[in-house]
Write a protein that binds this ligand. Structure first.
Ligand code: KE4
Length: 435
C-alpha cells in the first residue's frame, strides 16, 4: 500500500477537525483560521520568549505574539512569578483593588492626555465606550472612521463607505442594523481632504473622529507627516472630539504611544493588548471633563464583570513597569533589520514588495506600489502572501496569517532570530517567484 506522507501538522489537523465541530470555524477569532493564507491553523502547545511550539512539536520564531500584547515576549519569568503570587490572593473580586489605581496612574504618567482611565476587558469595549462618551459629550450621533482601520467588532465599526464617500455607512456584517451603521462615516487614511469633505457634508452632526494613529489593521500604514495634526485642527474647528485608538500603538510605538511620538494630544484614547500583558484588558480614558461623564461619576453607562481584574492588572502593571528606553532602541534596531532583510529577500527573487515599518511593527506588502491607505493595501497580492506565509511556516517562522496585519517584534527577539527569519525569507520568496 502506498505510504501516505505524514503531514507536518497531523496533531493540529486532528485538533482543528475536533474544534470545528463545536467552535464556529474551529477558532475563537476569525484571523486565526488561516482562511486567507491556506493550510490548517496551528494549534499551540506552549511558548516562551520569541518562540511558539505547535501540537506537533514544531517550534517557530513568532511574529504574531498574540497580536501585539507580548512586547516582552512569551511568558517572561517575572510576569509568571507576579501572576502566580496574585492568583494565590484570589483571581477576581468584583470589587475595587489598589492595582487598578496603580496601573491607571502609570498609564496617565506615560500618556498625560489620559487624565482619567476606565479599565475594560478588550479593545472593542474600549473603543465602543470611548465613542459613547464622545456622543454623550457632544450630543451628536455621527462618527468618522477610516477605511482599513479596525476598532473592534462593535456595530458602529463594522461599516464600509456607502455608495458615495459622502453617504452614510453601510454594514459590513450581517446582523449590524443599517441604522447602527448609518451614523458612521468613512474617510480615507492619510487623506485630510477626504475628511474635510465628509465633515462639511455632515456639519454639526459629527461627535468624533476615531483613528488608529499608526494603522495596523490594513497591514502597517504609518501616518503621513501632518495627518494627525490635521485631524486635531479639524476637530478643534468643528467642535468634534479626536479619539486615538492606540490598542496597537499604545506602549508599542513608544512608552507614551503614538501621541507621544507625533506630539498630537487626543481628547480620548483607547488602549488594549500591551496594557494587559497577554491577559484580557482594554482601557479608555482622556480629558477629565469627558471621563467624568462615565457612570457612576456621570450618566454614561458602561460596566464589566471582569473590568480591572486583579490578575489582568498584575500582568499589565508588570508589563508597563518593564518598559524602558533601552527596549525601544532595541526594538527599533530589530525592526529596521527585519524590514531591510525582507526587502533584500524580495529583490533577490525579483518579487515586487513594499515593506512598511515603524519601530517594532513591520508589514511586507506584495505589491510594487507604496502602501499609504486601504486602497493601496488592497492592491497587494494575497495569493503571493499565502505562498510566502506557508514557505516561512515550513522553515520555522510564524508570521501573521494575513497580508493585512502587522508583524510584532518583542524584547525576547534576538538578532539571530531576525537573521534566521531573513534566511527563510530568501527561500520563501523563491517559492513565490516560482509559484
Ligand atoms: P480586541 O477587542 O480584539 O481586544 O481589540 C480590538 C481592536 C481595537 N483596535 C485596534 C487598533 C485593534 O488592532 C484591535 C484588535 N486587533 C486585532 C488584530 N489586528 C486582534 C486580533 C483578532 O481579531 O483576533
Amino acid at each position: 500500500m502506498a505510504r501516505t506522507t505524514r503531514s507536518r501538522y497531523t496533531q493540529s489537523e486532528r485538533l482543528f477537525a475536533h474544534a470545528a465541530r463545536i467552535l464556529p470555524g474551529g477558532v475563537d477569532s476569525p484571523v486565526r483560521a488561516f482562511r486567507s493564507v491556506g493550510g490548517t491553523p496551528l494549534f499551540i502547545a506552549r511558548a516562551a520568549g520569541a518562540r511558539i511550539e505547535d501540537a506537533d512539536g514544531h517550534v517557530y520564531v513568532d511574529y504574531v505574539m498574540s497580536w501585539g500584547p507580548l512586547i516582552h515576549g512569551h511568558a517572561p519569568k517575572g510576569l509568571i512569578k507576579a501572576l502566580a503570587e496574585a492568583a494565590r490572593r484570589g483571581t477576581s473580586f468584583g470589587a475595587p483593588t489598589e492595582l487598578e489605581t496603580r496601573l491607571a496612574h502609570r498609564v496617565a504618567m506615560l500618556m498625560p492626555s489620559m487624565e482619567r482611565v476606565r479599565f475594560v476587558s478588550s479593545g472593542t469595549e474600549a473603543a465602543m465606550s470611548a465613542v459613547r462618551v464622545a456622543r454623550a459629550a457632544t450630543r451628536r450621533d455621527r462618527i468618522v472612521k477610516f477605511e482599513g482601520c479596525y476598532h473592534g467588532h462593535a456595530d458602529a465599526f463594522l461599516v464600509q463607505a456607502g455608495s458615495g464617500a459622502m453617504t452614510l455607512g453601510v454594514p459590513t456584517s450581517p446582523g449590524v442594523p443599517a441604522a447602527a451603521a448609518a451614523d458612521t462615516l468613512l474617510a480615507r487614511y492619510n487623506d485630510l481632504e477626504s475628511v474635510e469633505r465628509v465633515v462639511s457634508a455632515n456639519r454639526g452632526q459629527v461627535a468624533a473622529i476615531i483613528v488608529e494613529p499608526i494603522a495596523g489593521n490594513m497591514g502597517l500604514v504609518p501616518p503621513r507627516d501632518g495627518f494627525l495634526q490635521g485631524l486635531r485642527e479639524i476637530c478643534d474647528r468643528e467642535q468634534m472630539l479626536l479619539v486615538f485608538d492606540e490598542v496597537i500603538s499604545g506602549f508599542r510605538a513608544a512608552s507614551g504611544g503614538a501621541q507621544q511620538v507625533f506630539g498630537v494630544r487626543p481628547d480620548l484614547t483607547c488602549l488594549g493588548k500591551i496594557i494587559g500583558g497577554g491577559l484580557p484588558v482594554g482601557a479608555y480614558g482622556g480629558r477629565a471633563d469627558l471621563m467624568e461623564l462615565v457612570a457612576p461619576a456621570g450618566p454614561v453607562y458602561q460596566a464589566g464583570t471582569l473590568s480591572g481584574n486583579p490578575l489582568a492588572m498584575t500582568a499589565g502593571l508588570w508589563c508597563v513597569m518593564e518598559l524602558s528606553p533601552k527596549l525601544y532602541r532595541r526594538l527599533a534596531k530589530l525592526g529596521a533589520r527585519l524590514a531591510s532583510g525582507l526587502a533584500d529577500a524580495a529583490r533577490a527573487a525579483n518579487v515586487p514588495l513594499q515593506v512598511n515599518a515603524f519601530g517594532s511593527l513591520v508589514t511586507p506588502f506584495f505589491t510594487s506600489q507604496p502602501v499609504r491607505d486601504y486602497q493601496s493595501a488592497l492592491a497587494a497580492d494575497t495569493r503571493a502572501y499565502g505562498t510566502f506565509f506557508r514557505g516561512m511556516l515550513a522553515r520555522g517562522i510564524y508570521p501573521p496569517p494575513s497580508q493585512f496585519e502587522a508583524w510584532f517584534l518583542s524584547g525576547a527577539h534576538a538578532e539571530r532570530d531576525v537573521d534566521a527569519t531573513i534566511k527563510a525569507a530568501h527561500a520563501a520568496m523563491r517559492d513565490v517567484a516560482a509559484s
